[in-house]
Design a protein. Structure first.
Length: 428
């Protein structure tokens, strides 16, 4: 478990330096269109169709560690090709398309790795400690990501493009390969080889009624998030005219807050279950994140961006470990990797569809006149408002998911209010 913190930290640097503002900035430098921006944010989700293949290989081979290391090395080396696209002599306008395609292929390997790793860690981390452990892990990785973002932001602002982006991506690949080396040292509990057909791996999760209910929630949530998510960073960089360093500050505020919030939410999930934590987190992510992005654009005050970073950590500090743990507890231990693959597959398709729709929706909203109450209202704001409305009601689908010993959301909120009042009296 400690080794996973070190390995995950190295990989987090790689993930941050091959996504987010680094990847968006790289594509904009190469002349990307809004369609390219939307696709590069959504093709990693489409790549999750490779998840069942990873699950099938893990079932048949029974050697999750060796399989994960192999897939990691191949998938991460592909990013070196993406880094050297400017030197390939491609026709004008082709470079962004090539990068998007490379992101898709590399993400397919990452999706297969993630499926195997999730089931693997489900066997390593005791069920009663999963909330605390993955909450801590998420917080630590967020802190590492903060340092990576600050370093990358300062470097990108100081060095001319595209060399700056190429160096950042190449160093990220190096850290990822070091992470693969640590992955080879992980403890892998023995698992029996199972001769199963690929179609059986694909269909098994959909035969379980409770897991189908969980998948319904997960699909809806992923779709609604990806309707707006691909254009958050372009909005920051182009609409709000933020520098890469300022974007790094935003992610740093989120990371520092996340270090505390993920650990706290993890302890709550261990005690009260994941459903209530997930319901609260998704509501906050819908009600408070897009609202602050919109206010920043309407007022021109970046204070709302910094506020959104705080609520981003509070919301996703609840969502990330809770949805991960709910996927594990909703699936039986035997054949769990197939259930994880099913979850990855359907949420990947939902995320891709949402992300692919975001570009034409933005174009449609940009063509509409601004409302009379806000003359500087843009299509970005409408897109964020639609995504927010969908996120706010995600908790409704969670009610159909059964989780043993989970508290009702209202009881969790009531308990939190009581604890707040008691602590307030003690403080006074």
């Amino acid at each position: 478990m400690r080794l996973s913190l070190a390995e995950g930290s190295l990989v987090q640097v790689f993930l941050n330096w091959t996504s987010g503002s680094v990847l968006i900035g790289y594509l904009l430098t190469l002349g990307a269109s809004p369609t390219h921006i939307a696709l590069v944010g959504s093709v990693p989700f489409l790549a999750q169709v490779a998840s069942p293949l990873g699950a099938w290989a893990a079932e048949v081979l029974g050697r999750r560690r060796s399989l994960s290391v192999l897939l990691s090395v191949v998938g991460r080396l592909l990013w070196l090709v993406a880094a050297f696209v400017p030197q390939m002599g491609l026709p004008a306008g082709a470079a962004p398309t090539v990068v998007v395609l490379l992101v898709f292929v590399a993400s397919s390997f990452q999706a297969a790795i993630g499926t195997v790793w999730t089931a693997w860690m489900g066997d390593v981390v005791p069920e009663g400690r999963r909330g605390r452990y993955f909450g801590l892990r998420t917080g630590v990785l967020g802190l590492v990501g903060m340092g990576a973002n600050l370093g990358a932001g300062a470097f990108l602002d100081a060095v001319a493009a595209p060399l700056s982006f190429q160096v950042v991506i190449a160093v990220g690949v190096f850290t990822a390969l070091l992470g693969a080396g640590l992955l080879s040292l992980h403890y892998d509990p023995p698992t029996p080889r199972r001769q199963v057909a690929p179609l059986a791996v694909l269909m098994t999760p959909f035969r379980d009624r409770n897991f189908r209910s969980f998948l319904s929630f997960a699909v809806y949530w992923q779709f609604m998030v990806l309707l707006g998510a691909p254009f958050v960073l372009p909005y920051f960089l182009e609409e709000l005219s933020m520098s890469f360093t300022q974007v790094a500050y935003w992610s740093s505020i989120a990371a520092l807050t996340s270090l505390a919030s993920t650990t706290l939410w993890g302890r709550v999930a261990d005690a009260a279950g994941n459903k209530g934590v997930l319901a609260i987190g998704t509501f906050i992510a819908g009600a408070l994140l897009p609202a602050n992005w919109i206010l920043a654009g309407l007022t021109g005050d970046l204070t709302f961006v910094w506020i959104s970073a705080f609520f981003d950590a509070v919301a996703w500090g609840a969502i990330t470990p809770a949805i991960f743990n709910l996927a594990l507890v909703s699936a039986p231990k035997e054949g769990r990797v197939s259930f994880v693959a099913g979850y990855s597959l359907v949420t990947g398709v939902a995320g891709f569809v949402g992300g692919a729709l975001s570009s034409p929706l933005l174009a449609l909203f940009q063509s509409l006149p601004a409302p009379s109450f806000a003359a500087n209202w843009t299509g970005y704001h409408t897109l964020f408002a639609v995504s927010a409305l969908g996120r706010v009601f995600a908790w409704v689908l969670l009610r159909r998911v059964s989780e043993e010993r989970a508290w009702r959301t209202r009881d969790l909120l009531r308990s939190a209010r009581t604890a707040w009042r008691v602590s307030g009296k003690q403080w006074r």
